[in-house]
Design a protein around this ligand. Structure first.
Ligand SMILES: [Zn+2]
Length: 297
């Protein structure tokens, strides 16, 4: 999954520090991040289509030195820091760029190597949160970054805002040797995945599982069991994965506002899914390989 980057390690403790030239520099504008396009570049190709630029790389392109650096530390992977450029502007069209570099959406990170994939999209998650909290939601004053923890503070009224991490549940519903699979109308990937959705106010993760399956597929589940979790910075989320068993009637009543397809798929008809990024694929592969739930074995 996206956070499994061994032998590398994420260090996300809050601190304030200066960059090294080899640290990564995130320049974020209009919901997009500036990356080096290796296919457009004439030299320096590393194999990956895109790379996150380094602090020294962009500074030298702009005729600047570390003394000119305007940005702040976010976190490190191993001993390489990720810094967010403070010169970021609201619109990509107003942002500074260079030949061979382009602003791209979060989805591009999915095809990058594990360190730049996790680090890049996590930095973009923080950059998005900072960009949406330039002004206090209580009094309208200009906000500043907290200096003791990852927070945004209003110096006028004291309002404190923390990074937004929205919980999501995803569930593999077993029905004997069949798995409930669906396609969300908003997902550009045409493959079938699992039932998922944001946790609503006032409910537990398990209650969200029951509600989402009922709403989207019109069936009931029992024996809801926690499987694991993963960060999902692509949508500012934390995803909790579950397994469950069909309870009663297996007739699917699909929620057409959310899904384009929902069906029971036999184990032998499920194709292989890559498990390096998402817990959804891990849950599907877990079923495909024949792992059963306690009450089924
Ligand atoms: Zn305020």
């Amino acid at each position: 999954m996206i956070h499994d980057i061994l032998p590398h390690k994420l260090f996300n403790e809050f601190k304030i520090c200066d960059p090294k030239p080899t640290d990564y520099l995130i320049r974020y504008a209009g919901g997009k991040t500036l990356l080096k396009n290796n296919n457009a570049a004439t030299s320096g190709t590393t194999g990956a289509a895109y790379n996150i630029p380094r602090v020294g790389e962009l500074l030298s392109l702009e005729g600047k030195t570390l003394a000119d650096f305007e940005g702040h530390y976010l976190f490190s992977i191993d001993d390489t820091g990720f810094f967010l450029d403070d010169s970021a502007v609201a619109k990509t069209s107003d942002a500074t760029t260079h030949a061979g570099y382009e602003y791209v959406g979060n989805r591009t990170f999915r095809s990058m190597d594990p360190v730049e994939r996790l680090g890049g999209v996590t930095a973009a998650h923080i950059a998005h949160w900072e960009s949406q909290n330039k002004f206090c939601g209580v009094c309208g004053n200009v906000t500043i970054r907290g200096d003791k923890e990852r927070s945004i503070v209003c110096p006028k009224c004291g309002n404190v805002v923390y990074p937004r991490i929205s919980p999501v549940v995803i569930v593999a519903v077993h029905n004997g040797d069949k798995l409930l699979m669906a396609h969300n109308i908003d997902n550009p990937n045409p493959r079938l995945f699992l039932i998922s959705g944001f946790v609503e106010v006032g409910e537990s993760l398990e209650q969200a599982v029951h509600r989402e399956v009922q709403e989207e597929a019109g069936v009931k589940v029992k024996n809801v069991r926690y499987f694991g979790s993963q960060p999902w910075p692509f949508s500012d989320s934390l995803i909790a994965g579950f397994t469950a068993e069909l309870d009663g009637d297996d007739t699917i009543h699909m929620q057409e506002a959310e899904l384009s397809e929902a069906m029971w798929v036999r184990r032998e008809d499920i194709p292989e899914y890559e498990t390096d990024v998402s817990i959804s694929c891990c849950l599907i592969e877990n079923f495909r390989w024949g792992f059963t739930l306690d009450s089924e074995s």
